[in-house]
Design a protein around this ligand. Sequence first.
Ligand code: ADP
Ligand code: 5GP
Length: 213
Amino acid sequence: MKEKSIFEGKLIVLTAPSGGGKTTIKRHLLETYDDLGFSVSVTTRDKRPNESDGVDYYFKTSEEFYALRDADAFVEWEEVYEGLYYGTLKSEVDRLWRSKKHIIFDIDVKGAMDIKKLYADQCLAIFIRPPSIQVIVERLKARGTETEESLAKRIKRIEHEMSYESKFDTILVNDLLPVALKESELKIEGFLTIEKKSRVGKDVPDNDKTEEE
Ligand code: ADP
Ligand code: 5GP
């Protein structure tokens, strides 16, 4: 797969327990830097109302997922929650490097370790640490995207996910959001030679607003 790409960029893996802030931080980074692109994963979970197919995930049936797995289409894949599969497509890495983007991944702890093993120093694995388990449970409930069942599955996995923290290259504490967003920029700029989009004359936006200034 690697030799198919014209440009080999770097890889930024964002991992956190569910509700830890991956999506929020990922969006901020994608809005801040032109040179980053998001690896859209395949999932068999249901689409949330605010999500779009092909943007947030490629939503597939289990059968479609198994077919991709059997065709060796994934760089890595996991059954993150019982009966729910997630995977990173080789074609995504290829697509993003062809468009000369460094890649951001939002993947689980095991997937992160797989990517790190495969790409070593080309990859920065960031573990996003929430202030406490109680706080992420509250954030997850407030997000309002989960049913009772999916919330329970996510809460059950938090401690397991937290136990991986020391295996990551770096830790990003997500307590006060503006601080965490600024910290994410410092980590990215420390790892990549990258410039902010010209419109981003700001440091961190107030209230995480995204409009042009
Ligand atoms: P993940 O993608 O890791 O599951 P999200 O980015 O969706 O997590 O964050 C979970 C919820 O918490 C979202 O509603 C988000 O707006 C909110 N959130 C994220 N970071 C913070 C923070 N530092 N302070 C308060 N709320 C936050
Ligand atoms: P969610 O359902 O909340 O979007 O994601 C659930 C978990 O699956 C999160 O930890 C998320 O990072 C992880 N995930 C998303 N895509 C992938 C992927 O392609 N591979 C792996 N291993 N995990 C993923």
